[in-house]
Design a binder for this molecule. Sequence first.
Ligand code: ATP
Length: 498
Amino acid sequence: MVKEIGIGLGLATLIFLGVQGFNVIPIVFFGVMAYVLLNLMDARSGMGTGKVGQIKSQKSTTTIPGVTFQDIGGQESAKKELCEALDFIKDTDKIKNMGIRPLKGILLSGPPGTGKTLMAKAAANLIGSVFISASGGEFIEMYAGVGAKRVRQLFANARDQARKSNANNAVVFIDEIEVLGGKRGSHSSHMEYDQTLNQLLVEMDGLSIDDEVRVLVVGATNRMDILDSAILRPGRFDRIVKVDLPDKEGRLHVLKIHTRGKPLGEDVSLEKIAQETFGFSGAHLESLTNEAAILAWRAGEKKIGQKHFKEAIDKVMMGEKLDRKPHVDELHRIAIHETGHALIGEMVNPGSVSTITITSRGQALGYVRHNPQDDIYLYTKDYLENQIAICLAGAAAEELMLGNRSTGARNDFAKATDLAKNIIFSGMTDLGVVTEKDLPANLKHQEMTRIIREQEERVKEILDKRQDTIQVITEKLLKEESFSGEELRELLEQCKVA
Ligand code: ATP
């Protein structure tokens, strides 16, 4: 309304000045320019009242989220810690009597897809609170001051939504908080970043137990190392909850949650799938169950079988099958290469091969999937040397059977050198305890070459004695394209007997 009156008055003045004989063209020109500029800034900063004024992805919900802690698999210690922290918000009267300062912020830290957003939603559900979410990236613009304004808007929006829903609490969830909470002064356009972070700190400092709507800030990050210390100091995010990749039990729990309501075949063993998926996050596991269902549906089957899950693991790990069909000679070389990996894998770690295939997927022309018997978090020297041997076995088999190597072993060598470095810098060589920074490059190179040569000799010796076995496995691979670890072990037994 004020805007319209202003425009009306401006036009009247212009007409009056024109009638009086003034040259109004420059005034009109600058006026139009200023109007366009103001409107643009308005839209950018979110000050406007229309749609553009909203933070696009503040997926605000006027209801309390339906996700509960029962919908989150594994993460038992994270759940426990989070629930304990939430007690301070649920029982405000009790904590007030004890003179306890309520929590203002909880920071969830962990790799992507481990369920941090789910946790924040479940937290909101537990305390009967509305849930407002935004991502760190949404606050940052080229223009100074825009981010700070958006932070203010976010908190105002949270209070508004809570009032509308008759809730006393609101959970403000900020994903990728490192984007706006990174160390101050470290960004090129640091004024904007710093102002945004300062505004978040101001908002958090202003939160009080006596507020009409109590706001809890839940931040999520997978880069704790780059967060500004101000954000982590007590009184702001004073609970830091680690949300890690799930262990075997956790993976089983997540699988059970995501197979609820899906028709599973008699042969499906979720335990086995949990065992084979070391390193998978909750999001990977959700995708795995979905892919398995799609594969079963495409095959026209009514139930999802173990074979669908097995193929889905490969798909989630390596990517979609490619139509690319290598030339027969190349396929023969790939089969020999993969046989080398599988054979050494079974020798150094019996029962570890899960699948061997020459089907191209993602970047790989073929691959051998190994599955650990148990989750491993610490590696011994023997283990690392065995892993190097497995990496080198593909190229060694090619050299032995075809007389030369190919570029297919490049990734294997990169892995082998990383493993060798791990041995050196974990103090497992005669060099003693050394750091990467202090060890001269030539010494590092010498030691890496020695470790790799030793394993290369070992692999060559094993393969040399088993050329017939390599031949048999290669032929089966060329015929069937892919088979399981169990079939490989049966074949190895037959070769031993023959
Ligand atoms: P990011 O850091 O990438 O934002 P995140 O840690 O917030 O990821 P979520 O968005 O919570 O991860 O999880 C993504 C999806 O993965 C969920 O919708 C859910 O389907 C599945 N998921 C992840 N973790 C779990 C879990 N622990 N239990 C059940 N499902 C899970």
